[in-house]
Ligand binder design. Sequence first.
Ligand code: SF4
Length: 208
Amino acid sequence: MDAVCQYSSYSILSIDPIDPDVTVLFDLLERLSSLTRVWFREHPLLADLQPIQLSALMYLARCNRYSNTPLAVTEYLGLTKGTVSQSLKALEAKGFLIKVQDVRDKRSVHLQLTASARELIDAVMPPDFLVAAAQRMGARAGDLEGLLLELLRTIQRGEDVPGFGLCRTCRFHQSSASGAFCKLTDEPLEAVEVELICREHQFDEVSG
Ligand code: SF4
């Protein structure tokens, strides 16, 4: 990926803590988002996938069992039901996902990625350019992850937006010697689920 970042002269350190220049912050987020879109668009393995189809696959590869419904995909992507429904049908036709009826609620379906979809997502995620940059940044990449998590948490607390977040950062998440547990659903969680995205996620109101 040889895209040139014209914002390379910007620095997080240039943001005044008293009066932050949020325009620059927005520019940086938008530029990173744009670079990512270009990288995916030019990836040879993704030539047959529309951006929305790829976004749906990436979400379904990262979400937990409470969050893999067509409605959750629609909410997460922030698109219309019709648009998402068409994309899910296309992914089903391409053999990337299957619909499975909920065992308790027969009206509800869950979307499961097929082995070929998992293989595709594993091959392109996380993007090579991001892995390389994070390795060059070293420990500061971890600091940045913490700051971005704080930014998301702050936005979600201040705005009426869907709560999608990582299970291990949820206020309903409990861990003990016998394993992880969800206090909202009253169900045990498998170790792998702790690192997945959940639509019911809520940050702790005080310390989050
Ligand atoms: S602990 Fe929170 S994020 Fe995890 S499954 Fe329960 S509601 Fe979802």
